[in-house]
Design a protein around this ligand. Structure first.
Ligand SMILES: *Cc1c(COP(=O)(O)O)cnc(C)c1O
Length: 338
């Protein structure tokens, strides 16, 4: 048995999800005729109290579509330096939108309203035009950290004062919502656009959604086509998304509990320097002494446990739908023994 903690993207569809996929009514979504995609988009939009949504192949695409729609070439995007849109989307902000970034150094991926306000360029011919602020919740490199909702409201106020758009990279937004017992509609109110992944902690094989106003989604649909993301009978994938929204959101609590259990076992070990506070399903810790992060990952692999070395000193572990309590028990025994 291999226990794979490298990411919450490694989950395989359950029997129930596969049944839902096989039974899905489908049509040509580029013509807007796939009933399952239309249903998923409606369902997600109404969950967040937003006007419309668009189903896309990946979270990179939903973020990049949003950035493209909110900016013009030569504009500047404010985001945290560790954010996925900057670190892990292949330079897409420059490539797709011809925009540049103003990087802010936040607290485990979370930036403040003051930092946003300081980062806005003056109306000056020398300067790039600031047009967009992008937040990430939960923050991946922050170890699954969650924003205080009040801080988001304060950031939105700064955006309103300066005519900026506010986007959320919510690849793991459902983890934050469950951990903080929040109302998705509050997110729909405070952000102009939101990107959420179905293929991360919700257990779908493929798929992300971008949400926004009806006007924004009309524009986004055009950009999705240009980016090559217009799919045809993709309702088979959307059906997995509908199933996930109905069945796999509440259970995220279990992933969060299991992540805390692993973090507690790790904190006792002599080779662990610090474990970032565990708020959701991600554990990031730094390694010292007997191990480097690659050698620790190699050692665990000998035990059929897969972790991920995210830097020479840091390891990331992610809990997800396919991790059972028995697997957690075996992992804790292994941590105790090495
Ligand atoms: C995974 C992830 C994405 C999107 O990734 P895809 O692999 O393109 O679906 C975006 N933002 C964050 C924070 C992520 O963790």
């Amino acid at each position: 048995m291999i226990i794979d903690y490298r990411s919450d993207t490694v989950t395989k569809p359950t029997a129930g999800m596969k049944d839902a996929m096989f039974a899905a009514p489908v049509g040509d979504d580029v013509f807007g005729e796939d009933p399952s995609i239309n249903q998923l988009e409606k369902m997600a939009a109404s969950l967040f109290g937003m006007e419309a949504a668009l189903f896309c192949p990946s979270g990179t695409m939903t973020n990049q579509i949003a950035i493209k729609c909110h900016t013009q070439s030569g504009d500047e995007v404010i985001c945290d330096g560790s954010s996925h849109i900057y670190q892990y989307e292949g330079g897409g902000i420059a490539l797709n939108s011809g925009a540049q970034v103003k990087l802010v150094s936040g607290n485990r991926g979370r930036i403040t309203a003051e930092q946003v306000a300081e980062s806005i360029n003056a109306d000056d011919v020398h300067k790039a035009r600031t047009s967009l602020v992008s937040l990430e919740n939960t923050s991946n490199r922050g170890g699954g950290s969650c924003y205080e909702f009040d801080e988001i409201r304060r950031i939105r106020k700064v955006c309103d004062e300066h005519g900026l758009a506010l986007h959320l990279d919510g690849a793991r937004l459902f983890n934050a919502i469950v951990a903080r017992k929040e109302d998705p509609k509050a997110y729909g109110e405070v952000f102009h656009t939101i990107s959420v992944c179905l293929s991360k902690s919700l257990g779908c094989p493929v798929g992300s959604l971008v949400l926004g106003s009806a006007d924004f989604i009309r524009k986004a649909r055009r950009v999705r086509k240009v980016f090559g993301g217009g799919m045809r009978q993709a309702g088979y994938l959307a059906a997995a998304g509908i199933y996930a929204l109905q069945n796999n959101v509440d259970r995220l609590k279990q992933d969060h509990l299991q992540a805390k259990q692993l973090a507690e076992a790790l904190a006792k070990k002599d080779f662990v320097e610090t474990v970032l506070p565990v708020e959701t399903n991600i554990i990031i810790f730094s390694v010292k002494g007997r191990f480097t992060s690659p050698s620790l990952v190699a050692r665990m692999k000998e035990e059929n446990i897969l972790w991920y070395a995210i830097s020479p000193t840091q390891v990331r572990i992610v809990t997800h739908l396919d991790v059972t309590p028995e697997m957690i028990e075996k992992t804790i025994q292994t941590i105790d023994a090495i």
